[in-house]
Design a protein around this ligand. Structure first.
Ligand SMILES: C[S@@+](CC[C@H](N)C(=O)[O-])C[C@H]1O[C@@H](n2cnc3c(N)ncnc32)[C@H](O)[C@@H]1O
Length: 312
């Protein structure tokens, strides 16, 4: 298997997001600049991506509320994510924004940003220079770097090039990414990250309940497409999702299945999106939501209280 099958998951995720955005599940003017191949997906897939994107959005907005200083964001396995451009449009106080992915993905994203003025103008102030290599991009507000996030030395080197400030309150994001990396290596990285930063929150979206019948079918389907879930051991249940953080030096962690997240999202908007396409029955959606989760892990300092970063 290779990294190629893992990297292909980015285009699949982006095409699902594009399909949902085109139908009005949420607004994202940038996703169509990242990826143009629109393939209409099933309503359950649209609602699944809606819950995932809105869940992250809700939690990230909470971080900005909880923190009265500037915030640094690091996204592991960022793919073609457009979060940086949304937060910039909303004038959120971003100290630094770093995206990490394999070079096969970052080189494509570098190329897309470089040729698109709307994306390019936001990565740096007008008076500062944007530095490009084939795989990396450095603006004064945004950095895109090629690295294997399961290798802490690799991350450390790229963080240095991206002017990562270990004292700045930091949010680390992994949206359906950790599961593709070996869980022992991810443990080492989580422990390393926990030691480096003074004050941080980790927001992780990925699979859960992978050892039940439905979970095993999901794993087999990916396997048959050449994509092995090397990190599936951490996706057994809520306890395994939580303890991968608390066993590696993080102070606390909370995990919600996507059924729980869906019921905690603003319900007015949930009613709106449920009217976009009719579901014949909700059982498949309920099953899918039971097999994905969001975990928030925290490491606080007396100055920045990230404890309130919660759905509750
Ligand atoms: C399913 S995609 C998700 C992309 C994006 N986070 C999103 O949700 O739209 C997973 C991404 O993680 C990246 N990835 C997986 N393992 C990685 C690793 N060890 N180092 C860097 N990137 C990795 C893949 O290349 C891919 O872009």
């Amino acid at each position: 298997m290779g990294d190629e099958a893992v990297q292909a998951t980015n285009e699949d995720a982006t095409s699902c997001k594009l399909s949902a955005v085109q139908l009005g599940y949420w607004r994202d003017p940038y996703v169509q600049l990242m990826y143009r191949k629109s393939v209409r997906r099933a309503p359950e897939i649209h609602l699944g991506y809606y819950a995932r994107v809105q869940g992250f959005r809700y939690l990230i907005d909470k971080v900005f509320e909880a923190c009265d200083t500037r915030v640094q964001i690091i996204s592991l396995g960022a793919g073609f994510d457009t979060l940086f451009w949304r937060l910039t449009d909303e004038n959120k106080p971003i100290q630094n924004f770093v995206e990490v992915d394999f070079s096969g993905v970052t080189s494509k994203k570098c190329f897309i940003i470089k040729r698109n003025k709307e994306l390019l103008t936001k990565v740096a102030d007008a008076e500062s220079e944007v530095k490009f290599s084939r795989t990396d991009l450095h603006g004064n507000r945004y950095h895109l770097v090629a690295a294997d996030f399961s290798n802490s030395q690799n991350l450390q080197d790229k963080f240095a090039e991206s002017e990562v400030d270990y004292q700045c309150p930091t949010v680390i994001l992994a949206e359906c990414a950790l599961v593709y990396a070996d869980s022992t290596k991810v443990d080492t990285v989580l422990s390393w990250l926990g030691k480096q930063f003074t004050s941080m929150v980790f927001i992780n979206y990925e699979q859960i309940n992978m050892e039940d019948k439905f979970g095993k079918v999901m794993v087999d389907n990916l396997w048959s497409r050449g994509c092995m879930l090397s990190g599936v051991a951490a996706c057994k249940d809520k306890q395994s999702q939580i303890s991968r953080f608390t066993n590696n030096g993080w102070e606390s962690a909370t995990c919600w299945t996507m059924n729980e997240v869906y019921s905690l999202l603003p319900q007015e908007d949930v009613f709106r999106v449920e009217k976009i396409e009719m579901l014949d029955e909700k059982e498949l959606l309920r099953q899918l939501f039971e097999h994905y989760c969001i975990t928030v892990a925290r490491k606080n300092s007396p100055n920045f209280n990230f404890d309130s970063v919660n759905f509750d």
